[in-house]
Structure formats: C-alpha cells, structure tokens
Design a protein around this ligand. Structure first.
Ligand code: PLP
Length: 397
C-alpha cells in the first residue's frame, strides 16, 4: 500500500514548516526568533471575540448552510461595496474555512486536467501546489526585482496559450509586498477578456498597504473584467483572525454554486461561531485594523532600514502585506567555519544556526536569490533579530 501519486507530488507548506521548526526549537529552550510566520502577532480585537462568545451562549453551535450564513454573506456584500465599490448579490458569495480553502475550491471548480494557470513569481507557496492537485499545470511568469516585482501585461501575454484557464493575481503580494496600480491591473484585465481566461484575484492583504497606496480590486475596473474575476479574500490578516478560519469568494453564480457543492462534500460549513464573529469583523469598527497597519508600517520601515545597511543584502521597500523579500545573493560564495553559502536554503540554514533566527528561503517562493522575512512580530524581536543577523553576516568571509 502506498499513498497516491497526487499526494506524493505535493510539496508541504514551507512557511508552516519553518514556523514549526522555530516552535520546536523554542520548546527545547533555544532562544530562536521566528520571522517565518505569516500571522499577525496581534490579538483578535475584543468586539470580534465578544460576538463569538455570544454565539456560543446563544447555542449557535450547530451546522449552518454549507456556504455560510446569509448574515455573513450579506456582510461580505456590504464590505465589497464599501471598500471596493463592487456590487455583488448574496448568491455570488461563498464562505469557506479560510482563504486557502476558498482558493482550493476555486481551482477545483474551474480546472480540467492539463489546463494551465499562470502564476506570477515570486509567488505564495500554495498557489502552484493547489493547481497541481487538480492535475493542472502551473506556468510561472517571473517578475523582475529591478522593476519592483511589477507585473505587466506584456510579460503575461508571452505565456498565454489556448490552454490558459486562470491568471492568479495577488496584490499586495506575498512574499514581495508589491502592489499593482490600476493601470497595470487594467492591462491584465483586458488581456483576460481578450483571451477569455479567468482572473483569480487573491486580495488577502488589501487592508495592509503603506505609503499612501490605495488598494484597487481588479474586478472594479469594468463590468467585463468583473465577469471574468473570481475574488478571494480572508479575515485572517486584516482582523488577526488566522485561527478562526474564515475566507470568502465572490464571483459568477455558477462558479459559486459549483464551489458550494464541492464544499458540501469536503468540509460542510465553516465554524458557526467564527462566522458570527466574522459578521462583526466586517461590519463593525475598522479602527483596530488601521492601528495594526500603522504598527506594521513602523516595523516595515525599521526592518528595511536595517537590512539595507547589511553587506551583501539589498531590500526593496514593500507597498503592502507584512513581509520583506531581501536579495541575499551578495553573500553567495562566502563561508564561515568551512560552510559555504550558495543558495537561499543554505543562507536560511546559516541564519538559523548562527543567528538563531528563522526565515523562509526564497526558493520556496520561486526565487533562490531571496529570503522572506515576516515583520508580523514585535519591534523588540525585529531589533534583536536584525542585530543577530548583522552579526552573523559580519562573520562571513
Ligand atoms: N493568500 C495569501 C497570499 C496568503 O499569504 C495566505 C496566508 O498566508 C492566504 C491566502 C490564506 O490565508 P487563510 O487561509 O488564513 O485565510
């Protein structure tokens, strides 16, 4: 007996693995600073927690409709109108067990074996793996660091074929933090309508943008583009609700209906209690999110400043999300105590060993010249971690 080829093909999430390693080391009493996690270090705001407690007290603890309660679908409709200027109806919305689950259902609902999905690189680790589970083919479009990791229509166009089914957009991007402008989005939206492929717009980090950048959803550019867009978002990052597992999809009714059927045989509904909390998160005061964003911004500035001063390292200032993606290739070929660094994996291993800091090697995101550092950790950890990283780099010869 052996596991399926499909299961064997899957690369387990590197980001979750790094967090698990850091946790294990800490449990052994090793003072390791974790920069691997894609998880806000803030607590879920109190008014959201209260809504969940009230739901439990009221006995709202049973199955709900598979695709989420009407109240939450309506809250999503309100949010999409308020923040994105988008009009959707309740039957165009599906609630799932986190954004990752929403994305999984989109791919399952749309892809035939052999279909091609264009994924801009660097990419979030789950996109290609979820595509592979559908026996479809990830096609990578490499963006350029010198160009700020921007994504242009011409770059994508070169990779479009009659088998292209979906273009994945993730603005702001995990891991680079690059956020696309309306003009860039328009070029990509036009390309999708001309060729007739879907745009899967993952807007998980929309609330976390800096330097006056305004998030624009590609679906808001025109009715034609909206008809081709499946929008996915999550409450995890914007409301510090990673453990609650609530994400949602908005798009064409037939796609939503297909995803609902899939979900009815996978997970059934997302947790009833978390759904009640999500209603309050989306429709209640947004100030806690603004405060988190301010604090992330402070950390972003600090970490970019520190990294920029390190020999062999260069770092762009990200427009969104809570990651920096420094280029560490200037350290390749250097060594310490007989160990030579040649790849992002070896660089990350060196940092864990010599500096006791956990980062994710860029190769996991499709770029071996980089590492990803999450600044979803306290300012004290950032200061201490950057001191340790600078000291470790100073030892390289
Ligand atoms: N999309 C992107 C780009 C992410 O980085 C993540 C989480 O790291 C998700 C989606 C999914 O988050 P969740 O499943 O917690 O909603």
């Amino acid at each position: 007996m052996s596991v399926s080829q499909r299961a064997r093909n899957i690369v387990p999430s590197a980001t979750l693995a790094i967090s698990a390693t850091a946790r294990r080391m800490r449990a052994q009493g090793i003072d390791v600073i974790g920069f691997g996690s894609g998880e806000p270090d803030f607590d879920t705001p109190d008014h959201i927690k209260e809504a969940a407690i009230q739901a439990i007290r009221e006995g709202f603890t049973k199955y709900t409709a598979t695709g989420g309660i009407d109240e939450l679908k309506d809250a999503v409709v309100i949010k999409l109108k308020r923040d994105n200027g988008l009009e959707y109806t309740r039957d165009q919305v599906l609630i799932s067990c986190g954004g990752k689950h929403s994305l999984f259902n989109v791919f399952q609902a749309l892809l035939e074996p052999g279909d091609e999905v264009i994924i801009p690189a660097p990419y979030w680790v789950s996109f290609p793996e979820q595509v592979k589970v559908c026996d479809a083919k990830p096609v990578f479009v490499h963006t350029n660091e010198r160009d700020g990791f921007r994504l242009h229509r011409a770059q994508v166009e070169r990779h479009v074929t009659p088998r292209t089914k979906i273009l994945v957009l993730n603005s702001p991007c995990n891991p680079t933090g690059a956020a696309l402008t309306p003009a860039e989005l328009k070029g990509l939206g036009d390309l999708a309508t001309e060729w007739g492929f879907w745009l899967l717009s993952d807007e998980t980090y929309e609330a976390l943008v800096y330097d006056g950048y305004q998030h624009v959803s590609v679906a808001s550019l025109s009715e034609e583009v909206k008809a081709r867009t499946i929008l996915v978002n999550s409450l995890s990052k914007a409301y510090a609700m990673t453990g609650w597992r609530v994400g949602y999809t908005a798009g064409a009714k037939d796609v939503i209906q297909a995803m609902d059927s899939l979900q009815s045989q996978e997970t059934s509904n997302p947790t009833s209690i978390a759904q009640r909390a999500a209603v309050v998160a989306l429709t209640g005061p947004q100030e806690p999110t603004y405060r988190m964003r301010e604090e992330f911004d402070r950390r972003r500035r600090c970490i970019v400043d520190r990294l920029t001063g390190m020999p062999g390292i260069s770092c762009l200032s990200p427009q969104g999300a809570f990651y920096v993606f420094p280029n560490v290739s200037g350290t390749f070929g250097k060594h310490h105590l007989g160990t030579t660094i040649r790849t992002s994996t070896e660089f990350a291993a060196y940092l864990l060993d010599a500096a006791r800091i956990a980062v994710v090697p860029g190769v996991e995101f499709g770029s071996d010249d980089h590492i990803r550092i999450s600044y979803a950790t306290s300012m004290a950890n950032i200061e201490k971690g950057m001191d340790r990283m600078a000291a470790a780099i100073a030892q390289l010869q």
